[in-house]
Design a protein around this ligand. Sequence first.
Ligand SMILES: [Zn+2]
Length: 449
Amino acid sequence: MGDEILAIADGVMGWFWPGFDGPKDTDSDYERGYLSLTAPDTFELKTLDEDSFRDELLSHLPYPRLITGSTEHGTVLLLDFKGAGQKIRMGGAASARHYRGRTILRDVPIEKIRSERLKSISAHFFGISSWFGLSTSVESLGHRDDGKLKSFTIAVESQPEQSIRLSGGRELVLSAHWYTRGSTDKRIIHAPVELSCRSVGRAESLWNLRQPLLRVQDLLSFCYEGFIAAESGRATPDVDGAEIDRSQLWDGWLMAAPTGATAAKSRDFPLLRLEDIGGLPALRRWIVLCDNHLRAVRPIIEPYRQGRASAPLRLLEIAAAMEYWVAAHRRRRVKWVKEKCCKKGSQGCGWSWPIARHVGGHFDRWVGDSREWSHRFWSAYNKLKHEPEYVANEVELGILADSASMLLSVALLCRISGNKEPARKLFADTSHTWQLQKRIHALLQEQRA
Ligand SMILES: [Zn+2]
């Protein structure tokens, strides 16, 4: 989180103008209030209701479209509300209102704000520039003639931005950003990756601009096997007149690890890097895939937003996603979905079978016997759904669910990369997957014995 916006998170007082129909004139009545973060992903603004018998808001307090404010730490624009309420008191007690939401912009020309829409939004990610194939800083050591260390130099340089068009007049922009803080003898250098979504035309809703960034964040979290939080950000509000400098952004969706989800433990060895998937064009294909086929993608990204579910639930969700993925292609008469099961007329191999076949030899060799694996996985799915007397072995279901999740992930990633590189990286090269592979081999062998 940016230093200045952090000051707001700790709690600030100010004057606020809740806009129920649009931005409110800053010359009009304000509400005095206190703004703070009450949860990692939520801000709350509490205001004094000094005119609680105003007719229009008496029965219930609607969600504002936006709130502008002037605080002791600068001006703010509050967006993305998820709660609003009021307590009307009589006698000596004060009436109060509260507004809860997830997005704060700081340092905003509040008198010029035109709407709750934005022109752009950016998220800064630290420690993962190598995932994107970017590097902003170069470090070097200088030595004296006798070999002793003489100097240390660090150079930071902005990289040319790379951009790609998305649907809806939006653009996804990748760049490396840097800034320094502190005095010359205690300089702190920040050089994060900056991932932005901007509108090429008129200002867009926060939702439309943030969604592609959340999808890329989902992919990052999958690759690092844990939630990757953005640490700071910028946004450009919709203002009258010339475009202004970007404001600082705090956003609960992008910046707070959801309850139940675990943060990525290490940022050194991701499952895959962007170049393994196909670079920036693959990010656009990933966003389109999520837009069009969220039912297929959800079980592989949701653990990083919702937390890991139990083994039976994971298995059910992945099998249902596979069923969906095959059905979505069957409608388009794609060849690989016609891959028949071993027994004529039987669905024993289930819909995991055509997917396993389509991913190909890398998976077959990794799992040992993809037909055997597929029978085992799909029969567990059928038993969970249809046999009330079936007593599940949770360990076995966990192994089946995890391997199926890996297969589905690779199938989807091969689709966006347009080649089998993700399969090679995760199944032929087993540096990330050997433990799971050992457990599947043991499971399949145990059954044969
Ligand atoms: Zn079969």
